[in-house]
Design a protein around this ligand. Structure first.
Ligand SMILES: *Cc1c(COP(=O)(O)O)cnc(C)c1O
Length: 386
């Protein structure tokens, strides 16, 4: 039983909300953990399903408006309501994290400047390198945790044109940006700010509340949480400027066509319901492991920002010892990607696109929700043999 409600804005109001939060839902009182569970559901009416259906369709019966499913899908809308409710803005989902990031970069006009972390996710770094090589953007990379350097670089940017692109913590170097300070300085200069919030998730960090204009996600990671789907999202600020950006991004999504499938959207929606318990357990495990890793002879450095469930360690020098560790674990899976319920490890420089200042000996650990004693037994044995 679908209900369509017009939402303000939305060119051709192709953007409707079939699943308004139930009238009984005390929205403003809900904590994020509860929002992840309660939002994005059908109205509470007798006989209605508690979950939104997967809407497989390419088009809709014509109403005042003729609508096509590259523009909207009710299953997307349900997920967007949850994600928007968690980040404190309005979400648009995309086919992958990189599709979402690419859409954000198209907001910068040709010849514009982008400040970005030198150690951004390697796909992001690749996109920026490509845009710079083709002369579309001028890209300034720096250590995003060096607030003074970022603020100084902001002086070389032009308000209303350029972009400060933050990722924090960075993947895989785990550098942490002072988001509130950077956002404030960028705003004072009229410069847009986007934050990749994939590692922290909206449960640990909400950049829009600090004044950022845009948040991007690889929903492939923690939001879905089970290593079974790729998806991305952009969340825009609940301001006039945010809504204008959202319109531009909706147009990009529609015209560039980087849309997710309805089944994928449903899988991410299913995953996001348990985000709070997954993340809490994984972060607890990570903290225990960080203490033990710091005391292990084979580990020369541990990078952990103090929150979340991502850790980077260095083992020996060069690639060999680290490769031996990755090959030796039996419970931890040697695989790329992160944020799933299962623990994963990877030597990042084994990726051909990885940024060259990431040490060859660095192993990225994505800590899952298994029993921490099982995780430690497996990892410490692999380290013993390094
Ligand atoms: C994985 C990842 C991306 C890219 O997301 P995809 O869903 O793989 O396209 C972007 N940013 C960060 C921080 C990531 O970890």
């Amino acid at each position: 039983m679908l209900r369509s409600q017009a939402r303000p804005g939305g060119q051709g109001s192709t953007d409707s909300v079939p699943y308004p939060a139930g009238v009984d839902l005390p929205h403003d009182e809900l904590t994020p953990a509860t929002r992840a569970v309660a939002l994005g559901r059908p109205d509470r009416e007798p006989g209605v399903s508690v979950n939104p259906p997967v809407t497989f369709t390419s088009t809709y019966i014509a109403a005042e408006q003729v609508e096509y499913a590259r523009v909207r899908n009710p299953t997307w809308t349900a997920l967007e309501e949850v994600l928007g409710g968690l980040e404190g803005g309005e979400a648009l989902i995309f086919a992958s994290g990189l599709a979402a990031i690419d859409a954000v970069l198209t907001l910068v006009p040709p010849g514009g400047r982008v400040i970005a972390p030198g150690h951004a996710y390697n796909g992001t770094a690749g996109l920026l390198r490509e845009a710079a090589a083709e002369g579309r953007l001028e890209v300034i990379t720096l250590d995003i945790s060096d607030t003074d350097a970022v603020v100084a670089a902001l002086d070389g940017l032009e308000g209303g044109r350029d972009l400060l692109y933050i990722e924090s913590p960075t993947n895989p170097m785990m550098e942490v940006a002072e988001i509130p300070v950077l956002v404030r300085e960028a705003r004072a200069r009229g410069i847009l700010t986007a934050v990749d919030n994939t590692f922290a998730t909206p449960l640990l960090q909400t950049p829009l509340a600090d004044g950022a204009d845009l948040v991007v996600h690889s929903a492939t990671k923690y939001l879905s949480g089970h290593s079974d789907v790729l998806m991305g999202a952009v969340v825009t600020a609940p301001s006039e400027q945010g809504r204008a950006l959202r319109e531009r991004l909706l147009t990009r999504r529609t015209l560039h066509g980087a849309i997710p499938g309805p089944m994928e959207a449903w899988i991410v929606l299913r995953g996001i319901r348990t985000l709070a318990v997954r993340l809490e357990r994984a972060a607890q495990n990570a903290q225990t492991l960080v203490e033990r890793l710091g005391a292990h002879d084979a580990v020369t450095r541990v990078r952990y920002p103090g929150f979340g469930a991502m850790i980077a360690i260095e083992v020996g020098e060069g690639a060999e010892a680290a490769d031996r560790v990755c090959a030796a674990t039996r419970l931890w899976t040697h695989s790329t990607s992160l944020g799933g319920v299962e623990s994963q490890l990877e030597r990042r420089r084994a990726q051909p696109l990885e940024v060259e200042t990431v040490p060859e000996s660095l192993i990225r650990l994505s800590v899952g929700i298994e029993d921490v004693e099982d995780l430690w037994r497996d990892l410490s044995r692999a380290l013993d043999g390094a």
